[in-house]
Structure formats: structure tokens, C-alpha cells
Design a protein around this ligand. Structure first.
Ligand SMILES: NC(=O)c1ccc[n+]([C@@H]2O[C@H](COP(=O)([O-])OP(=O)(O)OC[C@H]3O[C@@H](n4cnc5c(N)ncnc54)[C@H](O)[C@@H]3O)[C@@H](O)[C@H]2O)c1
Ligand SMILES: N[C@H](C(=O)O)[C@H](O)COP(=O)(O)O
Length: 331
């Protein structure tokens, strides 16, 4: 088990993040956790849910807990009402992400786990260019490319493009970007998941993987030649295969991960298979970051009906990965 604490970020203070954080200390008493949240928001949500939550407070410079949870108070920046998002809290939400990422970069934290943010609320209140944790953390860590991968049981789905308007996806699938994505995916499956020769199933972009060029040329012009070159370098790649028939048990059991070309090609299948228990990971960062598979669910904030399964799974996976990769040059 990791001795350094894991940072857990609260996400949008009006969403279900604080509900889930309030339940975490009792659910995972053995793990050292630093919860980054507004103390009043967390206390109010715990009270609404009938949870006991007297958490010791922590701040950088103080001894980190070896087990159990502590709170790093991070002001929300506005009065918070559960279920009513407010762009005035956007800057506070981003400041939490910065603190967690910087703590991972300087070695204070073994990993970070994120509860959901609302991208539009951050765009409206703090940073119009914000598109998601994935891209934000890549920039904060100074890396040019990362890979979003979600896991649900044995199913792993990674994405070649993330939070991009659909109209801009084809142009983003270039030889350089695909090469980088597949290299990161291959390396992280080896290092983080102990798969010495990962087998990756790559989807086409167009219906029927382009039907020999009659339904789109991206397969012929970019994906097929890139995969051929990477196979020559030793990567085990199948495809590009038509996305509509790729998610069948026979094919999936022969592969360790699927690479989808865009967000809504891969994630609906993954979330159908495991919504509520799945975990989102960012590969290619110089630290471990996991997250929930769901959004802010403003309709459920403060009601007690938010399920905590995905946050628990994300926290356990972060702890396992931290223990597994401790001592490696880059996790
Ligand atoms: N990890 C993240 O930060 C993340 C992930 C996805 C979406 N989002 C953001 O969340 C916001 C809302 O997105 P959305 O409405 O598409 O998705 P959502 O996941 O918030 O909600 C979709 C449906 O699932 C339900 N649901 C979600 N989480 C649940 C839980 N833990 N337990 C029980 N039911 C749950 C909701 O009540 C809703 O009916 C958007 O602004 C989006 O940007 C953030
Ligand atoms: N694409 C993710 C999903 O659908 O679950 C979600 O938007 C979160 O992405 P970030 O971790 O980049 O915020």
C-alpha cells in the first residue's frame, strides 16, 4: 500500500462530488486520503445525508496521514446550494485541480482522484478554454499528449480524441497523433497493468472502417499505414476494424484494450457495460490520475441517491497503481 496520501478533488461543489467525498472516509478507512473541498460545503452535505464527518484539517507542510482521511480546505468562492451550479465557483474548482496536480508533481501525493466537474460552468466562470480534466492536467504537467482510457471490469476503452467537436475529429486523426496515442497506450498497459505484450484492437473512423475508401478515406490515408508502421516496431495491433461489430466477446477476449477514434464511439459501450462502477484514467501523465465514470448529476446532489461505486473503484485503482508503480521512473 502507498504511504503517501491520495488527493481526492471535490469537483463542482453543487454537484454530487461533495456527497461522494463525505461518504469516502468511512468506506475506505485504511487508505491515506487528502480530500480537497470547501469545509462548509462538505459539512453541509454530510449533514444533509446524515453522515458523521469530523475530519482533521491538513495543509501543505503538515505531516501527511498514513491512513484515514483529512481535509484540505479549499474555498468554493461563493455560497453553494446543492443542485444549483454557479459559475462563480469555477475558479475555486480549478484551484483545487491545480493544488492536487501540483502535489502529485512535487511528490506530496501518490495519485489524484477526481470527482466530476461541469465543463460549461468552468468555461462560463473561470476559463473559457477548459474542455476537461484530461486536457487541463496534461497542460499543467507540461506534456503534449495524454490518453483517456476507461475501464469496466475486463473491458478497457481508450480514445484517440477526447473532448473535441465531432466536426473536428477527422482532421485530428493524424499519423503523429495516432502514433503518440498508441505508444502511450501500449507503454501504460505494460507498466500499469502488467501486460508485457498488450494486444490493442483499433477501430476505424468511418462506417465499416471506410469500406475500402467508398465510405471515407481516413482508414486508407492515415490509420492503416500508421498501424502497419507501428506493427513493424513490435506493437500488437488489430484493425482498423468496423466499430459496430468490434465489441463482441470473441474479439474482446483476444485483446487487452480497444482504441476508439472519438468520445461517443467508445464511451457509450463502456458505460453501458459498467456505468456506476467504471473508472476513467489519464495515461501519459507523469503521475497517476483516476476519475469517476459519471458527471455532476446536479439532479441528485444532496438527495442521498448518488451511487459511490465509481469513486470507490477509482480510489482503489489509484491506490493499486500507486503501489504497483512506486519506484518506477514515471508512473
Ligand atoms: N468526470 C467528470 O468530470 C465528468 C464526466 C462526465 C460528465 N461530466 C460533466 O457532468 C455534467 C453533467 O453531465 P451529464 O448530465 O451528461 O451526465 P451525468 O453523469 O451527470 O448524469 C447522467 C445521468 O446519470 C445519473 N447519474 C450520474 N452519476 C450518478 C451516480 N453517481 N449515481 C446515480 N446516478 C448517477 C444522473 O442522475 C443522470 O440521470 C456535464 O457538465 C459534464 O461536463 C463530468
Ligand atoms: N469524457 C469523460 C466521460 O465521459 O466520462 C468525462 O467527460 C470526463 O473527462 P475528464 O476526466 O477529462 O474531465
Amino acid at each position: 500500500m502507498t504511504r503517501r496520501p491520495i488527493a481526492i478533488t471535490a469537483g463542482d461543489p453543487a454537484g454530487i462530488g461533495p456527497d461522494l467525498l463525505a461518504a469516502l472516509p468511512a468506506a475506505l478507512p485504511d487508505l491515506p486520503l487528502v480530500l480537497l473541498a470547501d469545509r462548509d460545503v462538505l459539512a453541509a452535505r454530510a449533514a444533509a445525508l446524515g453522515l458523521e464527518l469530523p475530519l482533521p484539517e491538513w495543509a501543505p507542510g503538515r505531516p501527511a496521514p498514513e491512513h484515514g482521511a483529512v481535509l484540505w480546505h479549499c474555498p468554493a468562492g461563493a455560497t453553494v446550494t446543492a443542485g444549483q451550479p454557479d459559475p462563480a465557483t469555477g475558479a475555486g474548482t480549478l484551484a483545487i485541480l491545480e493544488r492536487a496536480a501540483d502535489g502529485c508533481l512535487d511528490g506530496t501525493f501518490a495519485a489524484m482522484v477526481t470527482a466530476p466537474v461541469a465543463k460549461n460552468i468552468i468555461c462560463d466562470g473561470a476559463d473559457p478554454a477548459f474542455t476537461g480534466h484530461t486536457e487541463f492536467l496534461a497542460e499543467r504537467a507540461g506534456v503534449d499528449q495524454v490518453v483517456m482510457m476507461l475501464t469496466a471490469g475486463d473491458l478497457r476503452v481508450a480514445l484517440a480524441t477526447t473532448h473535441l467537436p465531432l466536426a473536428r475529429v477527422p482532421a485530428a486523426i493524424t499519423d503523429a497523433a495516432l502514433t503518440r496515442t498508441l505508444t502511450i497506450l501500449h507503454d501504460d498497459l505494460r507498466r500499469k497493468f502488467a501486460l508485457p505484450r498488450p494486444r490493442i484492437l483499433v477501430l476505424g473512423l468511418n462506417p465499416h472502417a471506410g469500406e475500402g475508401g467508398h465510405l471515407g478515406r481516413e482508414e486508407l490515408d492515415v490509420i492503416i499505414p500508421t498501424l502497419a508502421r507501428l506493427r513493424d516496431q513490435g506493437l500488437q495491433l488489430t484493425g482498423p476494424v468496423p466499430a459496430d461489430t468490434a465489441f463482441q466477446p470473441d474479439l474482446l477476449t483476444q485483446h487487452d484494450a480497444v482504441l476508439a477514434m472519438y468520445h461517443d464511439q467508445g464511451l457509450p459501450v463502456l458505460k453501458y457495460a459498467g456505468f456506476g462502477e467504471a473508472v476513467n484514467l489519464t495515461l501519459g501523465l507523469p503521475f497517476i490520475r483516476t476519475s469517476v465514470d459519471h458527471g455532476t448529476a446536479f439532479d441528485l446532489a444532496g438527495t442521498g441517491r448518488a451511487r459511490a461505486g465509481s469513486l470507490l473503484a477509482a480510489t482503489r485503482l489509484a491506490a493499486d497503481l500507486a503501489a504497483r508503480t512506486e519506484g518506477q521512473e514515471s508512473p
